[in-house]
Design a protein around this ligand. Structure first.
Ligand SMILES: C[S@@+](CC[C@H](N)C(=O)[O-])C[C@H]1O[C@@H](n2cnc3c(N)ncnc32)[C@H](O)[C@@H]1O
Length: 190
């Protein structure tokens, strides 16, 4: 599956410029290994929503790594959302959907559908994705982010009341996983 996904991404990347063309192989393999690491850290989980999936990392890659998981990919940009849908169709995947919209539209429309985890890489202001007015993220959040952002996130009022852990991303000195565990702190108003 890794190889098939790589071929589809490589082909579509020529049209859409989804990830670096110059260092395609290196970037793909780094993002794939990172997705493996995230899947390992979050296990066990049965569902996940990925905000700002872009070229499919980490959400689509995690679906390929943990095929039994139900996955939602949230992506506002039309071409990227179309690419994600095309990859899903060509890879003949089930229990995975693309939602074309941003986080706020997702939050509004998916309040009644729960997910074990929310993942997000490469989108700013990730703390705004931690919400208590809708209890649809059950286990927690995994944000992939740089060093400066780690401190900011951990000290943010919305996040500091939860148990969080920070893991170094293998092969990159300046990239980290911030895993925020909800641990049953479900202040549901919905
Ligand atoms: C820098 S790219 C990262 C893509 C992918 N997650 C990765 O790391 O390879 C950020 C993506 O998030 C999307 N995005 C930006 N703001 C967003 C928001 N508020 N909600 C959902 N997606 C968003 C953009 O369209 C873009 O595809």
């Amino acid at each position: 599956m890794e190889e098939r996904f790589k071929q589809i991404l490589k082909r579509e990347n020529e049209k859409y410029n989804l990830i670096s063309r110059k260092s395609f192989e290196e970037t793909f393999h780094f993002l794939w290994r990172l997705s493996v690491q995230i899947a390992e850290e979050l296990k066990p989980f049965s569902s996940l929503v990925d905000i700002g999936s872009g070229a499919g990392f980490p959400g689509l890659a995690i679906k390929l790594i943990v095929p039994q998981a139900r996955v939602l990919l949230v992506e506002p940009r039309r071409k990227r959302a179309n690419f994600l849908q095309l990859a899903i169709t060509e890879l003949e995947l089930r229990d995975i959907e693309v939602f074309r919209g941003d986080f706020f539209l997702f939050h509004k429309e998916f309040c009644n559908r729960s997910f074990d985890y929310l993942t997000c890489m490469g989108v700013r202001k990730k703390e705004s994705f931690v919400r208590e007015d809708c209890n649809n993220i059950k286990k927690g959040y995994c944000f992939i982010t740089g060093e400066k952002e780690v401190e900011r996130l951990l000290h943010h009022g919305k996040i500091k009341k939860y148990n969080s852990e920070v893991k170094k991303v293998s092969g990159k000195d300046n990239l980290f996983l911030v895993i925020i565990h909800r641990n049953g702190k479900d202040n549901c108003n919905s």
